[in-house]
Design a protein around this ligand. Structure first.
Ligand SMILES: [Zn+2]
Ligand SMILES: [Zn+2]
Length: 216
């Protein structure tokens, strides 16, 4: 029994919407359905998955824009992000205007997530780590048995999340990466919110923003 994943880039921002499923039961979660629901649902159908929930890393439009519609269409509960991102979700219509997206409905998550929580996908369990900085309520998902993390816009291959949005903070983001991500282990592979996968170990070596050598 193990956790499988498939990434579907969505929206003009090519956000890595990720399907996670338990290969035992084919029960699945969709993480960060930012939009392009037809693409996401085609990938679900192709694999014969049974969607059981929506998981959200943070409240930015390119990550949550398709949530209300998908949740309504398939009666899926919404888990995440941390409640400190409620203001982003409440301002979804403002975000669509800012980025020139078609209007989307807002929503209220069925469950806000906190540091130390766990979420399930079929028979698999993932840890929740609260990683503020890019947004104050950003969470990451960690599957310990598979050494796989979904880190949203906290960390990218070769870069880190922007911190010039309201309630963003650079020092807080660096601390989240060093104190919440690195202790999970160098060998952890991660799916970022945008761009290719990497490992924490590789970023600690080469990422110009958070490589260990920058901090002595
Ligand atoms: Zn973001
Ligand atoms: Zn993003």
């Amino acid at each position: 029994m193990s956790l499988q994943f498939h990434t579907v880039p969505v929206t003009p921002f090519q956000q890595n919407c990720t399907l996670l499923w338990c290969d035992d039961s084919l029960r699945a979660a969709v993480v960060d359905p930012g939009g392009d629901l037809d693409k996401i649902l085609a990938a679900v159908e192709e694999r014969g998955l049974k969607l059981e929930k929506i998981l959200l890393t943070h409240g930015h439009l390119d990550h949550v824009g398709g949530t209300a519609e998908l949740s309504k269409r398939l009666q899926l509960p919404i888990e995440g992000p941390h409640e400190d991102d409620a203001f982003w979700i409440e301002q979804l219509s403002l975000q669509t205007q800012m980025f020139g997206f078609p209007p989307v409905e807002t929503f209220t998550p069925d469950r806000w997530l906190q540091q130390g929580d766990t979420v399930t996908v079929g028979g698999e369990e993932l840890e929740i780590h609260h990683c503020p900085g890019h947004t104050p309520g950003h969470v990451i998902l960690f599957h310990r048995p598979g050494n796989l993390a979904l880190v949203g816009d906290v960390l990218f291959a070769g870069s880190i999340g922007r911190t010039d949005f309201p309630k963003g903070d650079h020092d807080t983001l660096i601390r989240s990466i060093q104190e919440k991500l690195w202790p999970l282990g160098d060998e952890v592979r991660f799916i970022p919110g945008h761009g290719p996968m990497s490992t924490f170990g590789r970023e600690r070596q080469t990422n110009p923003f958070v490589a260990d050598k920058r901090f002595g």
